[in-house]
Design a protein around this ligand. Structure first.
Ligand code: ZN
Ligand code: ZN
Length: 143
């Protein structure tokens, strides 16, 4: 399954089973995406491949570790690798797939104007155990 930014400069491919996605309501994601939350997922590095445009990516890194990677031509957020084994995927870039939506993150900072949505998991802030959370997102049950 493939994804790309608005202008198409940056494109990538995800292999393996389609992961579930989550909405993150942290204040950083609000400003990064311009909305109440980011719709995203996290995949294992070995299931991720750039197709084009790696040189078109600019990065902004906050002292706390949050980093925002974006296409320098169109400004779309683009995937970024973290902890040397995961890749964060802004899900709006994906094309032609319909994932299961499993979790809300950072409900403590959800703005009052955001539509209420209760999901299978609802975290007040970030999950304590990222490894477990990534496993959960990628544990697709085939029926
Ligand atoms: Zn672009
Ligand atoms: Zn966030």
């Amino acid at each position: 399954m493939n994804g790309k930014c608005n202008c198409g400069s940056v494109s990538f491919e995800i292999s393996g089973a389609l992961p579930a996605l989550y909405h993150c309501y942290c204040t950083l994601c609000q400003k990064q995406g311009g909305g109440a939350s980011n719709a995203a997922t996290i995949v294992y590095l070995e299931n991720f491949q750039w197709i084009s445009g790696e040189r078109k990516i600019e990065k902004w890194q906050k002292d706390t570790g949050f980093s925002s990677h974006f296409c320098i031509d169109c400004g779309s957020p683009v995937p970024n690798e973290f902890r040397s084994k995961y890749v964060w995927i802004p899900f709006g870039l994906m094309e032609g797939v319909s994932p299961v939506v499993r979790a809300n993150l950072w409900l403590n900072s959800k703005p009052g104007w955001a539509a209420p949505i209760a999901l299978e998991r609802n975290y007040d802030s970030a999950p304590d155990n990222i490894a477990e959370f990534v496993e959960y997102l990628n544990a697709i049950e085939h029926v």
